[in-house]
Design a protein around this ligand. Structure first.
Ligand SMILES: Cc1cc2nc3c(=O)[nH]c(=O)nc-3n(C[C@H](O)[C@H](O)[C@H](O)COP(=O)(O)OP(=O)(O)OC[C@H]3O[C@@H](n4cnc5c(N)ncnc54)[C@H](O)[C@@H]3O)c2cc1C
Length: 432
């Protein structure tokens, strides 16, 4: 059987290998010049490929669980190891290449595809899929680029697109693994949804996920670039908890990123507020009563005073000496409505404790798709079989990966869902 796969990302590569192992002729096309371009930059270049702890998916969570029941994480790990990728498990079930390099995973998958005789067609953009009596025709635009290694001839810059041509590829089965709308620099700008909507499939609303939150900038003055470990809660305008997360947060001039904040992005809605509990970063524990802790610090400073120098009251600023970056201290004071020099009275301590336990930032939105790692939303999963990834509307057509309405937390969940769906689609073709 001829299998055509649209998109050579994690899902497309897994599908190609699985289908080729079953003895089919497989062609994979990708609009990028380099296949698996995105995989090479994942996990800060380390490639968090899988997660072996509890599943953490959103969108159609039940569909994600069914896919990972049909293709369990351990089986995905076996597949990757079979591609020569040695894996190492770290904290919280996160699995990376033992080499700590996403690029070795790219190499392993590409090598396996090559050895299985998979035909790879780069710079090939699928424009539309036409089902016919005997399979499918896919209209493809091929872009030719000036070679990188050749100096510009004065008219054409190296690496520039110089020509385009169209061709029609025929296949018995088509697997669409063309990603979502996040990270368009990697070939995924959301236009590929049109391949499936043109065939009657439904696109559920999409928005950026795993990206920075944009917030009121005033409380963040001076904090840009500072990292804290914090408990984060996103609350709706009526105070209702939308989602919470724990871990590292990184302040920017106009918002908050870092894994803990990025995991909240998909839950952002108009009028919501980010509540940061900063106790861990100041006190080394999230469970300490902030007011009691501040009173204890004041007590220590008072005792040290009577033993030696002056007798002025302990100031607000002194409470933070040795435990907070000056910029964080200033931000907490601003949030509490206090100045550094005023005395650390009981009332001031109450206000500071509230600002530490609930550093509240009105959320104005999230960064856009170009700075998001993942897409929330996507193709309606009800129209696909989670055992095989086959469309329930168009027999012989399959979809896998981020283009479906499933997104996961940071930690390897998104690549794992892509690999698992790709393997199911590739193997489903095996049994026909
Ligand atoms: C910076 C960054 C870091 C990330 N880190 C992690 C991580 O560590 N762990 C994790 O689990 N997830 C991570 N993710 C998310 C993860 O990379 C994606 O969810 C995953 O790659 C999705 O796989 P996919 O195969 O569905 O799509 P993609 O990997 O996006 O591949 C889709 C491919 O389809 C091609 N394509 C699109 N349209 C067409 C068309 N019309 N014709 C031909 N080709 C087309 C694209 O060029 C692309 O190569 C990260 C994402 C980013 C951006």
């Amino acid at each position: 059987m001829e299998i055509l796969i649209i998109g050579c990302g994690a899902a497309g590569a897994a599908a190609a290998i699985a289908a080729a192992q079953a003895g089919h002729r497989v062609t994979v096309i990708d609009r990028n010049r380099k296949p698996l371009k995105k995989l090479g930059v994942t996990g800060n270049g380390r490639g968090n490929l899988l997660n072996l702890s509890d599943l953490r998916y959103y969108g159609d969570t039940a569909f994600a669980h069914q896919v990972l029941e049909a293709m369990p994480p351990k089986e995905v790990a076996v597949f990757l190891e079979d591609c020569g990728i040695t894996l190492a498990e770290e904290d919280e079930g996160r699995v990376y290449p033992a080499a700590n390099l996403a690029s070795v995973a790219v190499d392993g998958l590409l090598h396996r595809m090559e050895r299985l005789g998979v035909e790879l067609l780069p710079c090939a953009l699928a424009e539309c899929i036409q089902p016919g009596k005997n399979g499918f025709s896919v209209l493809v635009t091929i872009t030719e680029y000036a070679p990188d290694q050749v100096k510009a001839n004065g008219k054409v810059k190296k690496g520039e697109a110089v020509a385009q041509r169209q061709l029609t590829l025929k296949a018995d089965r088509v697997i669409v693994a063309a990603g979502g709308a996040a990270a368009p620099a990697h070939g995924t700008d959301g236009t590929a949804y049109g391949l499936l909507t043109a065939l009657g499939h439904t696109l559920r609303p999409v928005k950026p996920a795993l990206c920075a939150l944009l917030t009121d900038a005033k409380p963040l003055k001076g904090l840009s670039g500072k990292r804290v470990r914090a408990g984060l809660a996103l609350r709706a305008a009526d105070g209702c908890l939308l989602h919470e997360s724990n871990g590292e947060a990184l302040f920017a001039e106009d918002g908050v990123s870092g894994i803990a904040a990025m995991q909240l992005a998909r839950f952002v809605q108009p009028g919501c507020t980010l509540h940061m509990d900063l106790r861990y970063s100041l006190m080394g524990s999230e469970n300490t009563d902030a007011a009691a802790w501040l009173r204890k610090r004041r007590q220590r400073l008072c005792e040290q005073r009577t033993a030696g120098t002056g007798s002025e009251p302990v100031s607000v600023a002194e409470l933070f000496t040795g435990c907070a970056h000056p910029a964080l201290q200033a931000a907490i004071e601003r949030m509490a409505g206090l100045s550094s020099k005023e005395p650390a009275s009981d009332a001031a301590i109450q206000q500071l404790a509230k600002a530490i336990e609930d550093f509240a930032l009105p959320v104005t939105g999230t960064r856009d798709f170009d700075q998001a790692q993942v897409t929330a939303g996507g193709m309606d999963t009800a129209q696909f079989d989670p055992q095989t990834m086959e469309s329930r509307l168009v027999p012989g057509l399959y979809a896998a990966g981020e283009m479906l309405d499933v997104d996961g937390d940071c930690g390897g969940y998104n690549l794992m869902f892509a690999f698992a769906g790709g393997l199911l689609a590739g193997r489903a073709n095996a049994s026909r």
